[in-house]
Design a protein around this ligand. Structure first.
Ligand code: BJ8
Length: 425
């Protein structure tokens, strides 16, 4: 008998009609973009299944877990330390969303010129279309860009369970001290909120679970160095997106399995695109589900994406947290050190990001970089200027794009992307 999730969605207070429209649109998109690809690894079937159940089975698992006492914590940013959440026995899910929803209602609360990512999070809440945010016992916001920071004032009124973490804006010793004190405050919050003490063993467990996910993705990234590309950028992006809400152990196992398959492909010289296909490094704002527009245009215009310098990609998963046999304080320091290296454009200055983009370009044998900013995202738009200047200085081809979540500019983007691919071919 076919599983119906309507009672579950109703219990979460979702609007069933909005839910229906959303899932139908998502399904159509997914079929046209992902299932239309050729030569996909067999292991992608798992991720197809995850996507087909994105508002179903995974949400049910979270709710079942809640019945057994596992709180659900939602986050909008890779600065929220998953290790601490896992150490408290809670589950963490990513809440960023990559589609326009309930825009008229959103624009009654936020200025029109707010980035699509922030508007989308509001839209899914106001339109009662996101089971994840409704399933959360605690939502963690963070003081990153001004848009997010100020919009949390409004989001807090809609949610009633929002906790905001302060974050540094400069990579100084004072900045590190702020991050450390905020992570300790967060650890205290998670302890009181869950009723579970976070001791050294719990932290080590949280670190191991989170590192395993990252290690699996690192292996996949290493396989993407091959030419012909053994997996498409779209599929790799999907894996990076699922990273944020799947069960962590199952996710890690599924990525390890797909890596075994992709490894064999590399050994046999098999790829999703012919050898010599122009290779693109994407860099910039994070792409949350179902924001697949630009990668889809790139990969249907004769190029392949071989890496993502993005929080849904290598910026988010890049470094492991050191474990060892330390005390709680030593392990907390390891966590602080790992996260303090994230080179988000909210930091000023942010030269590490420029270096990392160049490093990735070389390491992934890319032929060009596409810098992707969301409209009205000041940190990434402003930084795109220095990224472009640095890459041009080094003779690296670069294309700067600004867009949103609508499909209105697809043809315009395609024309620019095709011209760029011709230039680097
Ligand atoms: S660590 S990139 S996940 S803040 S697109 S909301 S920056 S106006 S998402 Fe991010 Fe954390 Fe940084 Fe990563 Fe603001 Fe820009 Fe919108 Fe953005």
């Amino acid at each position: 008998m076919e599983q119906t999730y309507e009672p579950m969605w109703e219990s979460l207070g979702l609007d069933l009609q909005a839910q229906d429209v959303l899932l139908q649109t998502l399904g159509k998109f997914y079929t046209g973009i992902f299932l239309a690809q050729r030569n996909r690894p067999e292991g992608m079937k798992y991720f197809d299944f995850v996507m087909s159940e994105v508002h179903g089975l995974r949400v049910k698992e979270l709710l079942d877990g809640k019945e057994q006492g596992h709180k659900v914590v939602g986050a909008f940013c890779v600065f929220v330390p998953e290790e601490i959440v896992r150490a408290s026995g809670a589950t963490m899910v990513g809440l960023c969303t990559g589609a326009e929803f309930a825009t008229d209602e959103v624009e009654r609360l936020l200025p029109r010129n707010t980035c699509a990512l922030i508007k989308s999070a509001f839209g899914f809440k106001l339109g009662k279309a996101c089971p994840y945010i409704e399933a959360c016992d605690l939502v963690v916001g963070e003081n990153t860009c001004d848009g997010k920071k100020k919009s949390y004032d409004e989001l807090g009124k809609l949610l009633g369970n929002l906790y905001v973490m302060d974050l540094p804006q400069m990579k100084t010793e004072q900045g590190r001290a702020l991050l450390k004190s905020e992570y300790h405050r967060f650890k205290d919050k998670m302890e009181s909120f869950t009723g579970n003490e976070i001791d050294a063993d719990a932290l080590k467990r949280g670190i191991a679970i989170t590192n395993r996910k990252r290690t699996a993705v690192h292996r996949l990234n290493a396989l993407r160095l091959a030419d012909p590309a053994p997996i498409s950028g779209l599929d790799a992006l999907l894996i990076n997106q699922v990273f944020f809400y799947d069960d962590p152990e199952r996710f890690s196992g599924s990525v390890e399995k797909i890596c075994d398959e992709v490894d064999m492909r590399v050994g046999k010289g098999e790829g999703v695109f012919p050898a010599g296909t122009p290779r693109i490094l994407m860099s910039g704002c994070p792409m949350a589900v179902p924001n697949w527009k630009v990668p889809w245009i790139v990969e249907t215009s004769g190029a392949v994406i071989v890496g993502e310098e993005s929080c849904v990609g290598e910026r988010g998963t890049r470094n492991l947290t050191a474990d060892g046999n330390g005390s709680v304080d030593a392990l907390m320091d390891n966590i602080v050190n790992r996260y303090f290296d994230i080179d988000c454009a909210i930091f000023t200055p942010n030269e590490d990001r420029l270096k990392h983009i160049v490093e990735m370009y070389e390491q992934y044998h890319a032929n060009g970089v596409i810098h992707y900013s969301l409209q009205f995202c000041q940190p990434y738009q402003i930084e795109s200027m220095s990224v472009e200047a640095e890459l041009e200085k080094r003779g690296i081809p670069v294309l700067r794009l600004e867009t949103d979540y609508s499909m209105e500019d697809v043809e315009q983007l395609r024309t620019r992307i095709q011209a760029f691919i011709e230039r680097i071919s």
